[in-house]
Design a protein around this ligand. Structure first.
Ligand code: NDP
Length: 294
């Protein structure tokens, strides 16, 4: 059965549920993505900075699926920001992925200390879109001030902003801003992966008694409940796993519904505390590693 899709603001259909590969080691990536495609995922989220685009590309080409059955998303890293640099970065990613056209290409982070370079990178995405090299463009980890500065000058409203969203960190104000501009909220760490190893959280989302209670009453897992909560609220989700049983579990989220009370109970778990780095702290000096040519 095909996965439900979300309609992006330029009309492109994106599978609501995608498969993430952050921290998936390059040597395990082909097997993980192949398993996801076997289970039924059709949307893969990778990034130049993950170092595993080649492994994703191998799984895509070995899958026997037609290119138009697949939705491939990747991200430009900050060291490749600037108009010419980002155009070249597209070539690097497309080459590693083994495809001519990328379905969704996004900027991985704002670079607040060099915002002109961020804007130059976005102009390159607009060029790639106009040339048909990408089908949709967007951003990631943009906070309201970054998005507002971008919207002042952009020709194309981003189709998505991929941000940290899970029950313990929900970014409701930012989600409301997205809704006003027709930007899809794409949730990274949708099952709260970042809460598993961050000392700032007293427990992981997987152990939350409210989520476990709801899961128990549906005969589902905590991870499935978190994905369902996001999907019912209109978000795109991209859970990651390298384990076949979990890859299948995270896909089995279209056969049950959470009630309005259950959705509200999860809404009430927001701690407003992020697990990932504050986007304001991301600088080239700290994070500007080079993305290899091949
Ligand atoms: P997730 O919320 O997807 O959680 C992943 C973690 O949960 C892994 O440790 C995985 O381990 C474990 N896991 C997966 N499924 C289950 C399950 N059913 N039950 C219990 N544990 C489970 O977090 P991520 O940080 O990976 O985020 C998802 C994707 O979002 C990334 O892969 C990436 O594509 C994207 N992302 C983007 C960022 C950005 O800055 N734009 C930042 C972070 C992520 P195991 O693999 O061993 O199963």
């Amino acid at each position: 059965m095909p996965t439900p899709t979300l309609r992006l603001n330029n009309g492109v259909a994106m599978p609501t549920l995608g498969f993430g590969v952050f921290q998936t080691p390059p040597e395990e990536t082909t097997a993980a993505v192949a398993e996801a495609l076997r289970v039924g995922y059709r949307h893969i989220d990778t990034a130049a900075a993950y170092g595993n685009e080649r492994g994703v590309g191998e799984a895509l080409s070995q899958s026997g699926l037609r290119r138009d059955e697949l939705f491939v998303e990747t991200k430009i890293w900050i060291s490749d920001y600037g108009y010419d640099e980002t155009l070249h970065s597209f070539d690097k990613s497309a080459g590693k992925l083994g495809i001519d056209q990328i379905d969704l290409l996004i900027l991985h982070q704002p670079l607040p200390s060099a915002f002109e370079r961020t804007l130059g990178a976005y102009r390159a995405l607009e060029r790639l879109l106009a040339d048909g090299r990408v089908r949709a463009i967007g951003v990631s980890n943009f906070m309201p001030p970054h998005l507002e500065r971008l919207l002042e000058v952009a020709q194309v409203v981003p189709a998505v902003n991929q941000i940290e969203v899970h029950p313990y960190f929900q970014q409701r104000q930012l989600q409301a801003l997205h809704a006003r501009h027709g930007i899809v909220t794409q949730a990274w760490a949708p099952i709260g992966g970042i809460t598993f190893y961050r000392p700032g959280f007293s427990k992981s989302t997987l152990e939350d008694p409210v989520i476990l209670g709801i899961a128990g009453s549906h005969g589902k897992s905590a991870a499935q409940v978190m994905l369902r909560w996001a999907i019912q609220q209109g978000r795109s989700v991209i859970p990651k796993s390298v384990r076949p049983a979990r890859i299948a579990e995270n896909f089995a989220v279209f056969d049950f519904d959470l009630s309005a009370d259950e959705l509200s109970a999860i809404d009430a778990l927001d701690t407003t505390q992020r697990g990932g780095p504050n986007p304001e702290d991301v600088t080239l000096e700290k994070f500007g590693r080079v993305i290899p040519e091949a």
